[in-house]
Design a protein around this ligand. Structure first.
Ligand SMILES: C[S@@+](CC[C@H](N)C(=O)[O-])C[C@H]1O[C@@H](n2cnc3c(N)ncnc32)[C@H](O)[C@@H]1O
Length: 206
């Protein structure tokens, strides 16, 4: 039977509130640091794919970024984020979509993905993701992808198998035309006091 992503993730966000999920972060510090170091303007177009209920959009809005898009396969996750943002939610574009089927309506300066790419365990899905990323990213655009680290990261999340990565495997997945700018490791502390090893890789399209 075909795995129904939307159904799975809607179930996750129905059973747990955002602060109870393993990937919850009060402060997305490394994402913010890498986005700042990309040196883009406040008018730059930023998309957070699989952004879910993450507070990254709140922080970026707070820093003055004016053109933000959050994409997620789960409408419930997006509702959490919209409710939290209140009147500021109107300034953000919200897209309910599967990133592996995403025909982007515009081109972005920065593509951010924390903990989505690693769920793509089939080569075919990773190729589709990369194809849409290529189409959606401007020349010289930035890509920040955070996954479980090949060096000791978890093998499952949210009841699903995942595929761990490092800078080399992500570089191979993205293909030619992307240059690694920086990679940063993180030990993420889950709300239930366990640790997860992540790696964040920042690439630029050249
Ligand atoms: C582990 S959570 C990470 C959420 C957020 N990026 C963060 O760091 O808090 C994965 C998110 O990706 C979404 N997701 C999973 N597969 C997806 C897909 N194929 N397309 C779009 N969103 C997806 C889920 O609904 C969920 O919100």
């Amino acid at each position: 039977m075909r795995f129904d992503k939307k159904n799975h993730w809607e179930g996750v966000y129905t059973k747990k509130i955002p602060a109870e999920v393993s990937w919850y972060q009060l402060e997305p510090a490394i994402s913010l640091k890498l986005i700042t170091s990309a040196g883009i303007s406040l008018a730059a177009k930023i998309i957070d794919v699989g952004g879910g209920a993450s507070v990254l959009v709140d922080k970026l809005t707070g820093q003055g970024f004016q053109d933000l898009t959050v994409l997620d396969v789960s409408p419930k996750a997006l509702e959490y984020a919209k409710e939290r943002l209140g009147s500021r939610a109107g300034a953000v574009k919200w897209i309910e979509a599967d990133v592996t089927e995403f025909e982007s309506p515009e081109k972005y300066d920065l593509w951010h993905d924390r903990a989505v790419f690693h769920f793509l365990t089939k080569a075919e899905d990773r190729q589709k993701y990369v194809r849409f990323l290529h189409r959606a990213l401007k020349k010289n655009g930035h890509v920040i992808i955070a996954t479980f680290d090949l060096d000791g990261g978890s093998l499952r999340c949210s009841g699903l198998d995942i595929m761990r990565h490092n800078a080399e495997t992500l570089q191979t997945e993205l293909g030619e035309g992307f240059q690694l700018v920086e990679s940063v490791k993180e030990v993420h502390h889950t709300p239930f006091q366990t640790e997860q090893k992540f790696i964040y890789c920042h690439f630029q399209r050249v």
